[in-house]
Write a new protein. Sequence first.
Length: 133
Amino acid sequence: MAGRLDLPEPDAFTRTYWDAAAEGRLLIRRCRACGRAHHYPREFCPHCWSEDVSWEAASGRATLYTWSVVHRNDLPPFAERTPYVAAVVDLAEGPRMMTEVVGAGELSAGAELEVVFREGVPVFRVARGAATG
Ligand SMILES: [Zn+2]
């Protein structure tokens, strides 16, 4: 069946992540063996392969790494949403995350962003109070 491609289909492992997102909290995974955080959630650490990894609440702060404005996407529901800003951001905790930047604001590399939630999915916007030039 054709589900919406932008909404999560949680499995037993990622359900914790999506449940938190539905409550407006962004979770990341932190490895107790090497101390590094990662995203998207995995059951083992992608840096050292340790399985001693636990959930941690992220600050929700990030900086913009790269982005592109998508003008054409025929897949629902993206078609009605174009143009939108597909972005890669660096979370304050370190992990790099593929996401979308929403709302107004001048985008520049390194721009300060903050997480917001759209239908339980974390996206980012230019942080309020961030210096804009
Ligand atoms: Zn590790």
